[in-house]
Design a binder for this molecule. Structure first.
Ligand code: CTP
Length: 404
């Protein structure tokens, strides 16, 4: 996990965007970070400590004294020195001003003043407050202290006005944090779509035509891509796998046509698509409204061709986008795979050999060759699907390097 063993103090101040910080804590914890939350008096008006203690699995700090009767107190210096990174999100205009002028009239500010670690600031306020000379001057001063600023977005604000001041989305803040700890992740900032699993083509309300694809390859690819810093859009057919990663967004589909629709929705914003799904080539010409009853000794099914998702994306592909497909062949393997690569306008095809025991569908291993245009290829031995995923991701990184 990208943030495992990273200690983060998240300081939340008085802004309606405090609700987004609850989700931010969840994402950071999912990434493996240890998070301790500090709330300003203003933040307590918007959100409760219980929300953050539940999500962070740590106590939440908002005051110097824990128990006025016993004199038990919270150690702001200890907390500040514990942190590898302090993130102030949302940072209100008031807190920014106090940070810039060195005021320390609450526990959050005292923790900030004691911090020796890097500080990241995600402001949130109304448009005019953000553009006000005082705020801009404070931000310039804070940048001068070496703090990094996560610029707020333009959009609808809590006041009803439209302008700049919306706190960056939690996913974006996580990206900045990951980038801070891992500045050299090769897929940082890249968006990759992965199709995975089988498609089910309905015959009637209780039956379908499907295949044995488990989705393991696509899910392993999605994880490997996310661990290298990519944001992944996983378009998954029906599988029994679960995946929970803050940088992987899963869209579940059933049929080839639904998979195509989901792919077309996201492809434009992608840098790459990896098509590992075992898409059914045909579907029943008609889906019966009622369960098909048995009558005759034999039954004829009329099938029609499904759209070829890889080929359609191949036609839409723009110069900065890359496509990686899969081929499963039993004869003339490399020749057919090369022909498929050209026909579907792919940049790389992963040839899955069925000739070896332990290779193919529903098993945990694969035996692959990578095939690029002009008959360039590289063969690999029988390997665990996670190792195969790592090899494909390395090849994907090489392809993306060529466009940057
Ligand atoms: N593919 C797709 N949509 C389809 C069929 C295939 O996106 N309707 C993708 C697969 O995900 C894979 C690649 O295309 O990446 C090759 O799939 P395959 O079924 O082997 O290709 P076909 O063109 O169907 O070839 P064949 O004639 O061997 O069936």
């Amino acid at each position: 996990m990208l943030l495992s063993q990273k200690k983060i103090v998240l300081a939340v101040t008085g802004s309606i965007a405090a609700y987004k910080s609850a989700y931010l804590v969840r994402l950071l914890v999912q990434h493996g970070a240890e998070v301790k939350v500090v709330l300003s008096p203003g933040a307590l008006e918007f959100i409760t400590p219980l929300t953050f203690s539940t999500l962070s699995r740590n106590p939440v700090y908002s005051d110097f004294t824990e128990d006025k009767n016993t004199g038990e107190w919270n150690h702001h210096v200890g907390l500040a020195l514990w942190a590898d990174l302090m993130v102030i999100a949302p940072a209100s205009a008031n807190t920014l001003s106090k940070m810039a002028s060195g005021q320390s009239d609450n526990f959050l500010l005292a923790t900030y003043m004691s911090a020796r670690c890097p500080v990241m600031i995600a402001p949130a306020m109304d448009h005019d407050m953000f553009l006000h000379g005082g705020t801009q001057e404070n931000l310039a001063k804070l940048k001068g202290f070496g703090h990094s600023l996560i610029t707020p977005h333009t959009g609808e604000l809590a006041s009803g006005l439209v302008g700049q001041g919306r706190m960056a989305e939690p996913e974006e803040i996580v990206q900045c944090i990951v980038q801070h700890f891992h500045p050299d992740l090769p897929l940082q900032g890249k968006k990759v779509m992965v199709t995975a699993g089988p498609t089910y083509e309905k015959l009637d309300p209780v039956r379908f035509i499907g295949n044995y694809s488990s989705g393991k390859m696509g899910y392993a690819l999605a994880s490997a891509l996310a661990e290298k810093g990519a944001t992944v859009q996983l378009i998954s057919g029906p599988v029994h796998l679960q995946l929970s990663h803050p940088s992987i967004h899963i869209t579940k589909v059933e049929s080839a046509r639904e998979m195509l629709e989901a792919c077309l929705l996201h492809f434009e914003e992608m840098d790459m698509a990896i098509l590992s799904a075992a898409v059914a080539d045909y579907r029943p010409a008609e889906m019966a409204d009622q369960k098909i009853k048995k009558s005759e000794d034999s039954l004829q099914l009329d099938l029609v061709k499904n759209p070829d998702i890889a080929a359609q994306l191949g036609q839409l592909k723009r110069p900065h986008q890359h496509l990686i497909g899969f081929a499963l062949e039993t004869t003339k393997e490399k020749e057919y795979a090369q022909e498929k690569l050209i026909r579907k306008n792919l940049d790389l095809i992963v040839l899955n050999s069925l000739r070896h025991e332990g290779a193919g569908f529903g098993v945990d291993t694969n035996q692959i060759s990578l095939i690029w245009p002009h008959n360039i290829s590289q063969d690999f031995g029988l390997m665990d699907k996670h190792k195969v995923a790592a090899i494909i991701v390395d090849a994907a990184i090489d392809l993306l390097k060529k466009t940057t």
